[in-house]
Write a protein that binds this ligand. Structure first.
Ligand code: CA2
Length: 151
């Protein structure tokens, strides 16, 4: 069997995780998220591609990469969740399980628009409100699906 990958993609402003609004998003940085996901994958034989961009077209390109190489995708589209139709189209081209993660509970935020992710209609599952644990839980779930499929 060749190399096997989970792709974790992060949208705009998430590079400031741990720096801005810690009361909502916590004090962990995106590097901490990546480390926690790598720890979860340790010994599984699965590799991680972990990326963040503030540019919509980069997420589209990375989803094209994931379409070929990934057996699972975790995506926090951040503000692209609400109007990133090119990201949604690219997600629709991926056949593997896709987990949408939001660190905050988007249904419990002051701004009602945060609850209206256009990605949710397409993704396999959504985790929201569990902080950075949401990423780790998503990775664990994808590994579980993969093990079941292999059995
Ligand atoms: O809860 C999440 O993970 C979000 O996807 C984060 C997005 C926000 O637009 C979504 O409504 C919910 C990005 C928040 C703004 O970027 C920041 C990142 C880190 C710290 C402060 C702001």
């Amino acid at each position: 069997m060749g190399q096997r990958f989970i792709h974790i993609l992060n949208g705009p402003n998430l590079d400031l995780l741990g720096v801005r609004e810690p009361h909502i998003y916590g004090r962990d940085t995106l590097a901490d998220v990546e480390a926690a996901c790598r720890a979860e994958l340790d010994g599984s034989g699965v590799d991680l591609v972990f990326r963040q961009s503030n540019a919509e077209h980069e997420l589209v390109e990375w989803l094209h990469d994931a379409r070929i190489g990934a057996f699972g995708i975790v995506i926090n589209p951040a503000a692209f969740s609400y109007a990133g139709y090119s990201v949604l189209d690219a997600l629709k081209m991926c056949d593997c399980p896709i987990i949408e993660v939001h660190m905050s509970n988007i249904h419990r935020r002051e701004e009602a628009w945060r609850a209206q992710s256009i990605m949710t209609q397409w993704v396999t599952g959504i985790i929201s409100g569990m902080g950075i644990d949401g990423y780790v839980l998503a990775v664990r779930h994808l590994l579980q699906i993969d093990r079941r499929n292999a059995a």
